[in-house]
Design a protein around this ligand. Structure first.
Ligand code: GRF
Length: 205
């Protein structure tokens, strides 16, 4: 059991980061957010972090649009390391992270995905869930590996699909569960009381 030293990467609203901040401030998650980085200078996640006096900075990821690689990846790793980060949390970060970052934080990069993996990886998982006609949607928190949304699963929550759901209404219902699932998954990681056996995260081992 050790206090997690988190680095958060995001692109947008930052409601998941907020749920982590709230859990820390409520004393239900043994963690500290050392640094928040966003790939858009006006991302709301930066504003939210600043409100809680968390160091928050823009990370220019050019020339790439959908991945974190090259000079930006090097800068990101360097900033996370020098801030003392031991666990990287992807919270709505709309880029693929590459092996160099993963190797810098082995089994310590975590992502949240708005669908029940392995169904509907990639972007807009909730829209794909709805369009497919699924009756159950959900959220997955998982360790990140070299694939896209393929790493070992830490926590999943199911969310019912309603007859009159739109992508927006379904996503809103999924987000309620995301804000429970992310702190829950990080509590497991903070406890150290788990092992990764193949694809399985075995809690209490
Ligand atoms: C969430 O739905 C998350 O699952 C997905 O991107 C969204 C981010 O939301 N990866 P927020 O920025 O945390 O509010």
């Amino acid at each position: 059991m050790a206090t997690l030293r988190l680095g958060v990467l995001g692109s947008g609203a930052g409601s998941n980061m907020q749920s982590i901040v709230d859990a820390i401030e409520a004393g239900t998650l043994d963690a500290e957010i050392k640094l928040v980085l966003a790939d858009f200078p006006d991302a709301k996640i930066l504003e939210r972090a600043a409100k809680h006096s968390i160091r928050a900075e823009y990370l220019d990821c050019a020339p790439f649009r959908t991945k974190l690689e090259g000079a930006a990846e090097d800068r990101c790793i360097e900033m996370l390391k020098s801030a003392g980060v031991d666990t990287v949390v992807l919270a709505g970060f709309m880029r693929i992270v590459k092996p160099k970052l993963l190797a810098s934080f082995p089994n310590r990069v975590i992502n949240i995905h708005p669908a029940l993996l392995p169904a509907f990886p990639g972007v807009h998982g909730w829209t794909q869930t709805l369009d497919y006609g699924c009756k159950v949607a959900g959220v997955t928190v998982h360790f990140v590996d070299a694939g896209t949304d393929t790493g070992p699963i830490i926590v999943q929550k199911a969310v019912p699909v309603m007859e009159d759901d739109t992508p927006e209404s379904l996503h809103a219902r999924i987000q309620v569960q995301e804000h429970i699932a992310y702190p829950e998954a990080l509590r497991i990681v903070a406890s150290g009381n788990y092992s990764i056996e193949g694809r399985r995260v075995r809690i209490g081992k």
